[in-house]
Design a protein around this ligand. Structure first.
Ligand SMILES: Cc1ncc(COP(=O)(O)O)c(C=O)c1O
Length: 505
């Protein structure tokens, strides 16, 4: 019989604390946590399965020892396992992390705002849903909590802070990809007692950026995006450095009932195993595509010369926060970028002209998606498309974008009707018009801009509103016909803006 091979000395790299934050942790952290007895064995049901079992049970036989799961809103094996895993994926050797999972990204955002319950939140732009969450908290607290203040640069912020404020950094920002300097904001926060910094890291999941390592108090992720990564899970997570804070968040979650379902958590755990590979690949492909598209702005021999208005990705030297991103995002610049085409008509048409990019909202999945973002958020430029890069080959995605941009740009010749909108918008927002009809300049202008040449009905209505307004319309003189039209318009999503305009008259 052969001699057994000599036992190698146990490599230091096999202890969990030395693996935290790595791809290896994403595959082994849950089992190692049990083996190293930092987690009691019953917590995950079993440590013998090679792949984690899916426990769907909502209730558990009352534990005689006093230790064990009781009811799944409190704790559940699959969720405890996934939280242990995610904590070790977000944390690093230098900075451990504890993860708490939620039923959606916005449920996690709500939980984090409710945890700090600040009087004021410094926040600018970003995902519009986060602002809706803040609106809810303002409503519940009768306006005494979560008042939004625009976020200035970190140097200016220090002088504006009061004890108890919360600084909310979504970085990179959805969809503009602006990057906030986490370290500098943390330094500003430290200049005033009891000020906290929370980061929405959805656009830069681990291993791209580590907000806790930079001093942030908490990082929130819409796990719906890159962490779950397959467009089939809705979920959210908060990761914090302190185990006590994580326990408090779990207690709050128990009361709020914002727990994720076990299946979603199991799917998330499965996806975390491949997170590093997926995210690095998506980030690398997005960087190559952004670079190629951006070159069209300056290189007259580029296939898309003259057709690209702007490209926003932190990897680009032209990006306004590139140097901060280089320091802050050592793992890569993210799988999303914003692309601005030369005309609104081309931007609207592009998603429908691509074969490999789904025309859909959301991001971070294995399949590339593209979206004309203005559809949901009127604050976004009408030229802008948010692009989320999946795991397809760079060359195929490049070829698809090339044919798509060429096609929509040749179809979207500078259209007379676009120019007509512009002209009517100018008339409507002219000082004489504003003065005579007390129209809200921005809303009317936005309403008109929202109209497309392909909606002639709205165009003619816009014209009649404009004629009425230019003719010196007042509330008293408003014709019934316009009242009636406003109701009709209100019934369509696009008409919303016209309705807003009409109601100003
Ligand atoms: C940056 C960011 N934060 C939060 C959310 C909300 O996540 P969920 O849709 O899972 O609630 C999103 C969703 O798109 C997002 O992009």
């Amino acid at each position: 019989m052969d001699e057994p091979p000599p036992q190698r000395p146990c490599a230091a790299a096999s202890s969990l604390s030395s693996l935290r934050g790595t791809a290896t942790a994403a595959v082994h952290a849950d089992k190692l946590a049990v083996e190293e007895e930092s987690v009691p064995e019953w917590t995950f049901s079993t440590a013998e399965d090679v792949a984690p079992p899916l426990s769907l049970s909502t209730t558990f036989t009352a534990p005689s020892s006093g230790q064990g799961h009781i009811y799944s809103r409190i704790s559940a094996p699959t969720r405890s396992r996934c939280e242990t895993l995610l904590g070790n994926v977000e944390g690093t050797q230098e900075q451990p992390a504890h993860a708490v999972l939620y039923s959606s990204g916005l449920a996690a955002a709500f939980a984090l705002f409710a945890h700090f319950l600040p009087k004021r939140v410094f926040i600018s732009g970003g995902y519009h849903g986060t602002h809706q969450v803040l609106g809810q908290l303002q409503k519940i607290s009768a306006g005494s909590r979560c008042k939004c203040e625009p976020l200035p640069g970190p140097e200016k912020l220090a002088s504006c802070l009061e004890a108890g404020d919360l600084i909310w950094l979504e970085t990179p920002l959805n969809p503009s990809c602006d990057v906030a300097n986490i370290k500098a904001y943390v330094a500003a926060a430290k200049s005033c007692p009891d000020v906290h910094v929370a980061v929405d890291g959805t656009f830069a999941p681990p291993p791209l950026q580590r907000p806790l390592l930079l001093g942030a108090d908490a990082v929130m992720h819409a796990t719906t995006k890159s962490l779950a990564g397959h467009s089939d899970v809705l979920g959210g997570a908060i990761c914090v450095a302190s185990a006590e804070t994580a326990d408090q968040l779990r207690k709050d979650r128990l009361a709020l009932g914002s727990t994720p379902g076990n299946l979603e958590v199991w799917l998330l755990m499965r996806s975390l195993r491949t997170l590093h590979v997926r995210v690095r690949q998506q980030s690398a492909t997005a960087t190559l595509l952004a670079e190629w598209l951006d070159a069209a702005r300056t290189d007259t021999s580029h296939e898309l010369a003259g057709l690209i208005h702007a490209v926003h990705h932190p990897s680009l030297k032209s990006h306004k926060n590139h140097s901060v991103a280089v320091e802050q995002m050592p793992g890569g610049f993210g799988g999303c970028f914003a692309l601005e085409l030369a005309s609104e008509a081309a931007a609207r048409a592009l998603p429908g002209s691509l074969k490999l990019f789904g025309s859909a909202t959301s991001l971070g999945g294995v399949e590339s998606l593209i979206e004309w973002r203005r559809r949901w958020d009127p604050a976004i430029s009408p030229l802008l498309l948010r692009v989320s890069i999946g795991l397809e080959d760079f060359e195929h995605l490049r070829a698809d974008l090339l044919q798509g941009v060429l096609r929509v740009s040749s179809e979207a010749k500078p259209d007379a009707e676009d120019q007509e909108h512009e002209a009517w918008a100018q008339v409507l927002t002219s000082p004489e018009c504003i003065g005579s009809a007390s129209i809200d300049r921005n809303r009317v202008s936005r309403g008109l801009m929202k109209l497309s040449p392909s909606w002639p009905l709205e165009v003619s209505r816009a014209r009649s509103v404009a004629e009425f307004a230019v003719g010196g319309g007042t509330k008293a003189k408003r014709p019934n016909e316009l009242n009636c039209k406003s109701n009709q318009l209100h019934s369509t999503a696009r008409g919303h803006f016209m309705f807003a305009s009409l109601s100003q008259l």
